[in-house]
Design a protein around this ligand. Structure first.
Ligand code: WTA
Length: 637
C-alpha cells in the first residue's frame, strides 16, 4: 500500500516534524485516518506522564489483523505476505500470500477458540523462527488474546517467571527449533517450566524438528491435530474481535535495572499506527519491496518490523530460520540474492561477526536488489558502519541507524533512508512526533548543541509503553519518576553541532550484549543461586564482537581449588536460570568487593578494572577497605 503520510524529501520531513510538535493531535489524527477502523476515535490524546496515563485514539474500535490482512485481500491477496527461508539448504522455502495468511490466521484463531482462549487471556508463545510463529501471534490478536512471545533462547526458569507474572494459561510452542547445526528442544524446556506452573491449561505443539516430546494427556495437543479438527468443522468463519484502541495487544518482557524482567504492555491502536508509520518512513517502503529483517521475533524488532509494521503496510516480510554464520558466513547474502530482498535490517553484532570472516563469503554475491540497509539494537561503531556501507551497500545505499527500545514500540530516532542525512554512528534526527530532551543528573534540560547527557522524551507518541503488566507503579518508577514529566530512556546521548543524536549506551545497570538487553541484577541473582557463592557484582566491558561483554566478580565461601571447573559450574547455573545469552564472559573470584561505608558497591571502580583501566580508578577515598581494590587489580583476568 502507499500512504500519504510517507515523507519524500528533507523539506517534507521538516514540515511534518514542525507540525507534529505544534499540532500533535491533528498530525496523528491525519496519520491514523489512513488505517481501517470499525469506529473512529472521539478524541486523539489524553496524557499525564506523572501517573503515567497515556491514551491514544480514545474510543476508537479496530482489530489490528484487519489492517494486517483483510484490508489487503482485494488488491493484494496474491502478494507474498511472508517469505520464509528455512535453516537447512535442502528444504524448500515457503511463500505465504496475504490470502493464505488470512486463511491460516483465521484457522488457528479457531483452534484457540476451540481450546477455550477468550479475549484478554494471555497466551505465551515460545517457538522458533517459522511462519507459524507470526500466524500464532496474529491469531491471538484476531480474537483479542494478549500474546507474550518469549525468545527461544530463554531457560525454563525464565519462561516460568514470565508465565507466572502474566498468569498465562495457554502456551504455543514447537517440538524443537533449528538453529544452525543444532535442534533446540523447545517443548522439553516448556515441560521443565510447567513444573512450577500448574495453572497452565493447554499447550499446543507445532511439529518442526521431530524431536521426541512428552505429550501430557488433556493438556498437550498437536497443532496439526487441532487444525484438522477445524477442517472437519468446515473452517467456520472467525470474525475479528472488535478491540478498543487501548486494549492491550501484547506483552513483551524486557530487562531493566532490577532483578526481575518487566512485562512491557503495548496497546492495539497506538502501536499499529506508529509501527506502520515508522516502517514506511524510515525504510522508505514502496509497494513490492521485500523487507528482510534478521532479528528474532522474540524481540521487539521482530514484532514490529517482521510482523505488524510490515503487514499493516501490505509489504512482504522475508524471515529466516537459523544463524547468519551457518552453514557459512555467506548465509544472509545468499538469502538476499535468492529472494531479491530490497531492504536489509540487521544488528551491528551480526555485521561485526561477519566482518571477522573477511571478504571470501561475499564472493559471487550480487546484492544488487538491495535499496536500503538498516541497523538496530546497539550503537554501531564506525568500522562496522563503513564495512556495511562499502561491502554490502557498495557505497550507493542509504544506511539507517535506528534507535529505539522495547518500551517505544517503534523507531524513535533515525535518519529516513535517502531522505534525511546519515552520519556514521549517529541515529541522527527524531521521527515526527518524537521530542527528545537531554537532561543532566538533576533533571535540568541541557539545551543547545555539542552537548551530552541523559536522553528523555517530553511528549507521548502513539506506541509508548502503557504499563508494566500487573504492576503499574513499576512502570512509573522505571520510566516516569527519574525526571519530572518526562519519559526516561535509560540511555546516554550526545547532540552534535547539527542537532544529530548519537546514542552512547545505557546509563543504568542494563547491559547490551550482542544487541540483547540484560540486567546486571538479573545475572547477579542467577550467580548468587549457585552453591557456595556469597555475593557477586556484574559489570559490562567493551567487547569487540558483542559490543559489551559480561564481567562477573564473585565471592565464594572459600576460594575454589579448581577455578576453571567452578567457573564452568557457575556458567551452567546462569544458563539454567536465565539462558545462554546471559553467560558471563569472564568470572573473577575475589575475597571482597569495593564498597562505600554505607555498603553500596562502587560499580564505577569494577567497571574501570574490567575495562582494563586499572591505573585510573578515580577517587577511591570513600571506600571502606581500599585494600580490596588492590587485590582485585592484581588478579584481573
Ligand atoms: C540500545 C531494541 C544505539 C539502547 C530495538 C536502547 C541502540 C536499547 C540502538 C533497547 C541504536 C537500540 N544505537 N543504541 N541504533 N538501538 N539501542 O529494548 O541502549 O532490545 O536503550 O530494543 O538498545 O533495546 P531493546
Amino acid at each position: 500500500m502507499s500512504f500519504s503520510f510517507q515523507i519524500r524529501s528533507y523539506e517534507e520531513y521538516k514540515r511534518a516534524y514542525a507540525k507534529s510538535v505544534a499540532q500533535p493531535e491533528e498530525f496523528w489524527s491525519e496519520v491514523a485516518a489512513q488505517f481501517s477502523w470499525r469506529k473512529k476515535w472521539d478524541k486523539v490524546l489524553e496524557w499525564d506522564f506523572r501517573k503515567p496515563d497515556v491514551k491514544w485514539f480514545i474510543n476508537g474500535k479496530l482489530n489490528i489483523t484487519e489492517n494486517c490482512l483483510d484490508r489487503h485481500l482485494q488488491a493484494r491477496g496474491d502478494v507474498p505476505a511472508i517469505i520464509w527461508e528455512p535453516n537447512g539448504k535442502d528444504e524448500p522455502h515457503r511463500v505465504i500470500t496475504y490470502d493464505e495468511l488470512h486463511f491460516k490466521v483465521n484457522q488457528f484463531a479457531q483452534v484457540l477458540r476451540n481450546n477455550g482462549v477468550c479475549k484478554g487471556d494471555r497466551v505465551c508463545i515460545y517457538m522458533g523462527m517459522i511462519p507459524e510463529l507470526p500466524i500464532a501471534m496474529l491469531a491471538c490478536a484476531r480474537m483479542g488474546a494478549i500474546h507474550s512471545v518469549v525468545f527461544g533462547g530463554f531457560s525454563a526458569q525464565s519462561i516460568s517467571d514470565r508465565l507466572q507474572d502474566a498468569q498465562a494459561e495457554f502456551i504455543i510452542t514447537c517440538d524443537g527449533a533449528y538453529r544452525g547445526a543444532k535442534a533446540i528442544p523447545l517443548k522439553n524446556v516448556i515441560d521443565d517450566a510447567l513444573v512450577s506452573c500448574p495453572f497452565v491449561k493447554t499447550v499446543i505443539v507445532y511439529e518442526r524438528t521431530k524431536t521426541p516430546v512428552s505429550m501430557i494427556k488433556g493438556r498437550d495437543k498437536w497443532w496439526h491435530d487441532e487444525i484438522s479438527k477445524v477442517e472437519t468443522q468446515g473452517n467456520p468463519a472467525m470474525p475479528a474481535e472488535e478491540m478498543d484502541a487501548e486494549d492491550p495487544l501484547f506483552i513483551l518482557y524486557t530487562s531493566g535495572s532490577t532483578g526481575k524482567p518487566k512485562g512491557v504492555v503495548h496497546s492495539s491502536a497506538g502501536y499499529m499506527v506508529y509501527a506502520t508509520y515508522s516502517f514506511v518512513n524510515v525504510f522508505q517502503y514502496t509497494p513490492g519491496d521485500i523487507h528482510f529483517c534478521t532479528a528474532d521475533i522474540g524481540w521487539i524488532t521482530g514484532h514490529t518490523y517482521i510482523v505488524y509494521g510490515v503487514l499493516c503496510a501490505g509489504g512482504t516480510s522475508l524471515m529466516y530460520e537459523g544463524l547468519p554464520t551457518w552453514p557459512d558466513a555467506g548465509r544472509l547474502w545468499d538469502i538476499v540474492d535468492k529472494h531479491k530482498a530490497h531492504i536489509l535490517y540487521t544488528a551491528p553484532t551480526a555485521i561485526r561477526s561477519l566482518m571477522g570472516y573477511g571478504l571470501a563469503p561475499l564472493e559471487r554475491k550480487k546484492l544488487d536488489s538491495l535499496k536500503v540497509l538498516g541497523t538496530v539494537g546497539e550503537p554501531i561503531n564506525e568500522e562496522a558502519w563503513h564495512w556495511y556501507d562499502e561491502h554490502i551497500g557498495k557505497k550507493r545505499l542509504p544506511i539507517v541507524d535506528t534507535w529505539w527500545q522495547t518500551e517505544n514500540g517503534g523507531i524513535l530516532i533515525s535518519n529516513l533512508a535517502g531522505v534525511t542525512p546519515a552520519k556514521p554512528s549517529y541515529a541522527t534526527l527524531p521521527l515526527p512526533g518524537i521530542q527528545p530532551v537531554i537532561v543532566d543528573e538533576q533533571g535540568k534540560e541541557i539545551t543547545g548543541n555539542n552537548v551530552s547527557g541523559n536522553l528523555c522524551i517530553r511528549f507521548p507518541w502513539p506506541s509508548i509503553i502503557r504499563t508494566t503488566y500487573g504492576d503499574h507503579e513499576r512502570c512509573r518508577l522505571n520510566y516516569f519518576a527519574t525526571y519530572d514529566n518526562m519519559y526516561f530512556t535509560g540511555d546516554g546521548c550526545y547532540r552534535d553541532e547539527n542537532g544529530y543524536y548519537r546514542i552512547t549506551g545505557r546509563v543504568d545497570d542494563v547491559l547490551n550484549v550482542s544487541g540483547h538487553r540484560i540486567g546486571t541484577a538479573e545475572v547477579e541473582n542467577a550467580i548468587n543461586m549457585h552453591t557456595g557463592v556469597l555475593e557477586s557484582a556484574v559489570v559490562g566491558y567493551p567487547h569487540g564482537l558483542k559490543g559489551q561483554g559480561i564481567y562477573a566478580y564473585v565471592i565464594m565461601d572459600k576460594m575454589p581449588e579448581d577455578m576453571v571447573l567452578m567457573q564452568a559450574d557457575i556458567l551452567q547455573t546462569v544458563t539454567r536460570v536465565i539462558g545462554p545469552i546471559a553467560r558471563p564472559d569472564k568470572i573473577q573470584f575475589v575475597t571482597g568487593l569495593p564498597k562505600t561505608r554505607s555498603g553500596k558497591i562502587m560499580r564505577r571502580i569494577l567497571r574501570k578494572i574490567a575495562e582494563g583501566e586499572i591505573d585510573n580508578l578515580g577517587d577511591t577515598s570513600t571506600l571502606l577497605d581500599p585494600a580490596v581494590v588492590d587485590e582485585i587489580k592484581t588478579r584481573k583476568i
